[in-house]
Design a protein around this ligand. Structure first.
Ligand code: GDP
Ligand code: ZN
Length: 453
């Protein structure tokens, strides 16, 4: 084998109890042995595979620089599928950094981002869907997001895609028989039957797409922009949602001049919440920049929280409209109210309306619930798969191809056209799993990983 030996610290770069240095590639155990000896004077290559041994790392002059736990993995029985080893150094930067440097002096080179996982894929240990699930696990910020990626890593998502592919292939064969031996060939399928099967496949693709969208939402979260006139209580609402003092709250209009962003986890979903400067005509130049930003943050948001001051009459006026999902929040419900829920509903047809008190906390839990319902409608967290945007794209294209095949069967284009659409659908599913992935695509996917993974 001619693969290069790669090495990197696999744990986060900073202070911690241990720092794991990872090695992979033919000859990597021998490279580790250049710096490692066990307490019983054995080399790592003399220890059984997958056995943790306690030993010392030494510089070329024989001086020890760390005491470590070391383990080796045989070819075919490691994460990458290659001969591999791990040295569990003490935490902090120095020991692991030194260890990596010494290994690089002894024939290893620094691993590229995601290179260990890339090798696992290239060596057929995992498919691309699983490799991308690893990235999702690393990124997960909640238990729910973690499960959505773990399901994909376990191969559940891959199994679903393979089932879909098998049925597309079966249909392809049947359509081909129809073309060659109309009406009589073995495996003959009536046109109506083919159409029915395509419809069912399209439905299943759509359902899988929505489960993936839900998983992506869990992993990447959503952006909620708080907008409204000055002094209606936007900053207070942000603090109430975060349940701590973050934004500066004052009675002087125009205090929040820049946007403030914070994240809270709501039903497993990271919600990035943006408190914007109040929107109004302003002479103040700095504040005017803030207003421009708040309009932009509204455009970038997945959901808009439009805050009105329930104790003031003119609240609903002037503010720009949006076609984003929107919740109307009537704030200051602890004061005598001059805007009713009904008035707000009439003014913003189609938007949910809720009365809250940012100051006293009334209605805040309901607001969180409503944010989830509005932004993640129909999302069943326990059924979701956290996949990459690329994978979702492939799945959506597969569905389009299936729909086009059904369309072709119905129209004059006929079975010939349907056949090529079905084959396109299967090709999209194959590329989802990375069966035809070229170097360029792999570079793009794995460069987004961390070094050491
Ligand atoms: P912003 O300019 O929209 O960010 O408004 P702030 O959050 O800075 O609040 C403006 C003023 O309204 C402050 O004096 C807050 O204490 C007050 N305020 C905010 N929310 C409430 C509320 O729910 N009830 C009452 N009574 N006052 C509030
Ligand atoms: Zn503010």
């Amino acid at each position: 084998m001619s693969e290069e030996i790669i090495t990197a610290a696999a744990t986060a770069w900073g202070y911690g109890g241990i720092a794991i240095v990872r090695l992979s590639g033919e000859g990597c155990v021998a490279a580790a042995d250049k710096i490692y000896t066990s307490k019983t004077h054995k080399k790592l290559s003399e220890e059984p595979a997958r056995y943790m041994a306690l030993g010392t790392l030494r510089a070329p002059n024989g001086e020890p620089f760390d005491e470590v736990l070391a383990v080796r993995f045989e070819r075919g029985k490691s994460y990458t599928g290659e001969e591999a080893a791990e040295l569990h150094c003490h935490g902090g930067l120095a020991a692991a950094q030194r260890c990596v440097a010494e290994l690089c002096r002894n024939g290893a080179r620094l691993a590229l981002p995601g290179e260990f996982t890339r090798r696992a894929f290239v060596n057929g240990r995992i498919d691309l869907a699983q490799a991308e699930a690893v990235a999702g696990i690393i990124k997960a910020q909640s238990d729910e997001a973690l499960s959505a990626s773990a399901r994909a890593l376990q191969g559940e998502f891959t199994a679903e895609i393979k089932k879909l592919t098998a049925r597309l292939t079966e249909l392809y064969a049947a359509l081909e028989v129809d073309l060659d031996f109309p009406e009589e060939g073995e495996g003959f399928l009536a046109k109506e039957e083919s159409a029915a099967r395509l419809e069912e496949l399209s439905r299943e693709c759509a359902e899988l797409c929505s489960r993936c969208r839900c998983g992506m939402l869990l992993r990447d979260g959503l952006r909620a922009a708080i907008i409204g006139a000055p002094n209606v209580g936007k900053s207070s609402l942000l603090n109430a949602l975060l349940a701590r003092e973050r934004a500066i709250v004052t009675a002087v209009p125009g205090t929040t001049r820049d946007s403030i962003e914070e994240t809270f986890i709501c039903g497993g979903l990271p919600v990035r919440i943006i408190d914007t400067a109040g929107i109004r005509d302003t002479e103040d130049e700095v504040e005017a920049i803030g207003v421009g930003r708040s309009l932009r943050s509204m455009e970038e948001a997945d959901i808009v929280l439009r805050v009105l001051d329930g104790a003031e009459e003119e609240g609903a006026a002037v503010l720009p409209r949006t076609d984003k999902p929107q919740i109307i929040v009537i704030n200051k419900s602890d004061l005598p109210q001059r805007i009713t829920k009904e008035e707000a509903e009439a003014h913003f047809p189609g938007s949910a309306v809720l009365c809250v008190s940012a100051k006293e906390g009334g209605g805040i839990a309901e607001l969180k619930e409503l944010i989830l319902q509005t932004a993640a409608a129909g999302c069943d967290v326990s059924q979701s798969y956290s996949v990459s945007a690329r994978q979702l794209e492939c799945l959506a294209r597969a569905k389009e191809a299936v729909d086009a095949a059904a369309e072709a069967l119905k129209s004059a284009a006929g079975e010939d056209a349907a056949l090529s659409c079905v084959s396109e659908g299967a090709a999209q599913l194959a590329s989802l799993l990375g069966l035809d992935a070229g170097e360029e695509l792999l570079d793009k996917i794995f460069s987004a990983f961390c070094v050491g993974k």
